[in-house]
Ligand binder design. Structure first.
Ligand code: FDA
Length: 301
């Protein structure tokens, strides 16, 4: 309920103005590595030194021009090259609308394809983030096409919140799938309105992925699901290097550490960039208690 309210009012200019003021920025920095690639790489280095791997996310979405898409792709290109030059255990993760999907599907595909080629040249890979349901079809198709071009180098996030996802998983079972619950407000004809159903769907797809998936990326901070994943992996005899957990920077550090110490692979999703507002709103909506941090920062300012 509160989640829908937060996502619903986020687009209002006054809310945006308040949230991007000084206190909003302070809260954002709990979840964001910094506003540029240097800061993203500094956090990446520190995490890799501890034994984590990283998925670097250059914040941005819904760009409205080919120039903006090309500029975003150039930052990713630099990230891929610098990660490789430093030998960091990091991949990149990106949003198709940041690569120009709202402008032209061909442009977006060309941008992502070039990045995938650059990553593959260094033995690395990338993942397509999943945005709201208007982009699901095109993101799935983009991933399948990239898989044809670069076999196994392009992964995709799938959302358990959507009714359609089990059918998408049928088509994507042989690519690296990042299973998430879904961070967007979706209409009831598209996605489960109740969290309990989203969680149940997650558990079902998790079981399928761990049984048959190519390289499951289990992206959740939900401890019950994490425990379930570990149990399933044991039961199906999956080696610990054939799947990974993924969590967001700044969220459940304790759980990230515990999993790593227990011998699991853990990749931390590290966002950087100045366009952090939509990302911050999704993090606030997921856990309305975060609003408390925001309000106390506002009161202190
Ligand atoms: P749930 O919301 O049930 O939270 C479980 C527990 O985690 C909470 O009790 C709390 O302790 C902690 N927690 C969760 N969110 C928190 C927050 N914001 N602040 C503090 N604590 C929090 N979504 C999407 O639609 N497309 C995508 O491409 C991605 N990509 C992605 C990558 C990675 C690595 C992760 C971890 C998540 C995503 N997501 C995403 C977001 C995802 O869909 C979902 O919204 C969040 O992960 C929150 O759901 P949980 O699975 O953590 O469970």
């Amino acid at each position: 309920m509160l989640r829908n309210l937060i996502l619903g009012v986020a687009g209002r200019p006054i809310v945006r103005r308040m949230a991007t003021s000084g206190p909003g920025r302070a809260v954002a920095l709990r979840f964001v590595a910094g506003e540029n690639l240097d800061q993203g790489l500094a956090v990446t280095r520190a995490l890799c030194a501890e034994g984590f791997s990283v998925a670097l996310d250059h914040l941005g979405e819904n760009v409205t021009s080919a120039d903006a898409a090309d500029a975003a792709a150039a930052v990713y290109r630099e990230a891929i090259e610098r990660v490789a030059a430093e030998g960091l255990n990091a991949t990149v993760t990106l949003k198709p609308t940041q690569m120009g999907l709202d402008v032209d599907a061909g442009l977006a595909h060309a941008n992502v394809s070039k990045l995938c080629a650059a990553a593959a040249a260094h033995g690395s890979s990338l993942t397509l983030d999943m945005e709201d349901h208007r982009y699901t079809d095109r993101t799935v198709e983009m991933c399948l096409r990239l898989d044809g071009e670069f076999g196994g180098r392009a992964g995709i996030a799938l959302q358990s919140a959507l009714y359609r996802t089990p059918a998408d998983l049928d088509r994507l079972i042989s690519v690296p799938v990042r299973l998430v619950k879904g961070a967007y407000k979706e209409p009831p004809e598209i996605g489960y309105p109740r969290k309990v159903d989203v969680d149940r769907a997650y558990a079902q797809m998790l079981a399928r992925l761990l049984r048959e998936g190519f390289y499951p990326m289990i992206a959740t901070h939900d401890e019950r699901l994490v425990r379930y994943a570990l149990r399933l992996a044991r039961q199906s005899g999956r080696a610990s290097d054939t799947f990974e957990f993924q969590m967001l920077y700044g969220i459940r550090r304790d759980l990230q550490r515990r999993l790593l110490d227990g011998g699991s692979r853990v990749r931390v999703y590290v966002p950087f960039g100045s366009d952090w507002y939509p990302y911050l709103i999704r993090r606030l909506a997921e856990r309305p208690a975060n609003i408390g941090f925001f309000l106390s920062a506002l009161i202190r300012s």
